[in-house]
Design a protein around this ligand. Sequence first.
Ligand code: GTP
Length: 565
Amino acid sequence: VPAKRIRNFSIIAHIDHGKSTLADRLLEFTRTVPDRELQQQFLDNMDIERERGITIKLQTARMNYNYNGEDYVLNLIDTPGHVDFSYEVSRSLIACESALLVVDASQGIEAQTLANVYLALDADLTIIPVLNKIDLPGADPEKVKREIEEVIGLDTTDSVLCSAKAGIGIEDILKTLIEKTPPPLAREEEPLRCLIFDSYYDPYRGVVTYFRIKSGRIQKGDKIRFMNTGKSFLAEEIGVLAPTQQPTDTLEAGEVGYLIAGIKTVEDARVGDTITHEAENRRAPDALPGYAEAKPMVWSGLFPTDAADYDTLRDALSKLKLNDAALQFEPENSAAMGFGFRCGFLGLAAHGRRAGRGPSLSACTRLEREFDLDLICTAPSVVYQVKPMKGEAYFLSNPSELPEPTKREWIAEPYARLEMITPDEYVGPLMELAQNRRGVYKDMKYLVEGRTTIVYEMPLAEMVTDFFDHLKSRSKGYASMEYSLIEYRQNDLVRLDVAVNGEPVDALSFILHRDNAHGIGKELCLKLKEIIPRQMFKVCWLSAMVETSRGRRNCSRNRLRARSA
Ligand code: GTP
C-alpha cells in the first residue's frame, strides 16, 4: 500500500468512556471481523485483564476501507488504559499520526483524558474529538465540546458525535479519520527504523513484537538489530495484524506490523527500542528518540507460606518476567518469613485496584491464582535514595538495608505530580486526603460547570497502597486521578522496625516520615496482634521501633501483649 493511503491512529479515552466498544464497532463496520466474533470484546481478550479491568496487552488491528472509490488502510494502534503506563502510551502514540479523543458526552473530561491528550499533543498528533454515548439521556455533547475547547484548547469544529453502543456516527468517524489524519511520510529509501510499541511473550512462538516502520523497508529473512539493547536477530516472520497475524514478505515505511525473531523474553524487545538492519552499511545512524529503560518503582517482599513452594514461586516469577519487562526479583531471606523474593513492579497497578471493576488482582493474587501458591506479600515500598556518610548516594529498595542513622547523611524519596479532577463538592475532602498524605498544594482550576482540577506534589510512597481507593470513596466514585514522577526530595525519613518477642522481623521494616512513625507503629502492632496466629507464640510481645539519632526508640508506648488462649 502506498503511504498516502495509510492512516495510523489510536484511541485515547478515560476508563469506561467507550474505547473498546468503539474499536469493536470500527472493526465491525470495516468488516475486519465478522459480527459473531465480537461476542466477546475483541480488543479485550485476556481473561486476567478482564478481571483486573486493566488493558495491559496492547492490541492493534489493520482495517481496509474504501472511501470515495479509493482503498485505504487504517491501522488502529491500541494504547494501555492505566495510569501506570504513560511511557508505553507515549510510545504507542508516537507510532501514529492522529488520535481519536473519545469523551463520554454524559461525563466530560477526566484526569486520564487530559494526561493522554497532553501525550498526544507532545507527539504532534492530529486530535479528533469524538463525543460518545450520545444515546444516553444525560448526554450533553455541546457542553462537553465547550469543556474540550476551554480546558484543552482544541477546536471542536471537526468533532464527531457518536454512540459506539448503538452504532451511530461510525461512518463519520472513518471519514474524518481519512480526511484529517496526515498520511505517514514515505521514507522507503532511508535506512530501516522501526519503533517497537508493544511486545508480548507467546509460549509457542517466542516474543511477538509490534512495530511501526518510520523509515526504510523490512523483509522476511533480514538480519536485524535492536539499537538500544544492541542485540541481533533474524526476522523469521513479519506480517500485518488484520486483525489476526498474517505473514507478508515485505513491509515499508508507514506500515504497522509484527515480527517473530526467536526472541526469548520481552526484555529484549523493549517498547521504545528501534529495529534496524544488522549489516553495518544498512544500519540507521541513530535510534529513534525517547527510549527509556523499564525501572520498577515499587518493591515488596513475597514469601510462600509453605517453604516447599519456594521453587514454584521462583518459576512463576520467571514466567511472569518473560512478559513483563519491568518486573524484577531477587532472593530474600528473612529470619521470620523464611525464603522468598523481593520483587519490583512498574507502578501502582501491582498493588492498587480500580474501583468498581471486580475484585482487586494485585501481582500477589495473580501469582496465587495462576500458579496455585499461597503467599505473604509485605507492604510495598518505593525506591529511596540514600547518601551514606562515606561514598556516593545510591538507590535502595529494601528498607532493611538502610544504613544506621549515624552512618548516613540523608534519605530522599520520589515525588509525583498528582492531578485530580472532581465535582466541586468533593474538593474539600480530596484536599484533606492529599494533605494527610503529605501532599504539597500546587494549583487549582475550575473547569466548566461544577468541576475542578486540583494539583498536588506528593511523595509516591503515600500513593502506593490505598490512595486511589480513598480518592474514589471520598468522591463517591466521581473523582479521577493521574500522576507522573517528578523528582527525589530529601525528607526527615526514618525506618520503622517491627519486633516479635524482641526479635526484629526485617521483612516488615519500612521507611516513613518521622511525624507518622508513632501513630503508624502503634496501629501496626494492634493489627499484627490480631493477625499473628496465637499458637505460634505462647506469649507474643509486639513492638514497633523507630530510629532516633541515638538509636531506636519504642514507639508503641505500652507494649501490646497477646496472650495465647
Ligand atoms: P476500559 O477498557 O476500561 O478502558 O474502558 P473503555 O473505555 O474501553 O470502555 P468500554 O468500551 O468497555 O465501555 C464502557 C461501558 O460503556 C460499557 O458498559 C459499554 O457498554 C458502555 N458504552 C460504550 N459506548 C457506549 C455508548 O455509546 N452508549 C452507551 N449508552 N454506553 C456505551
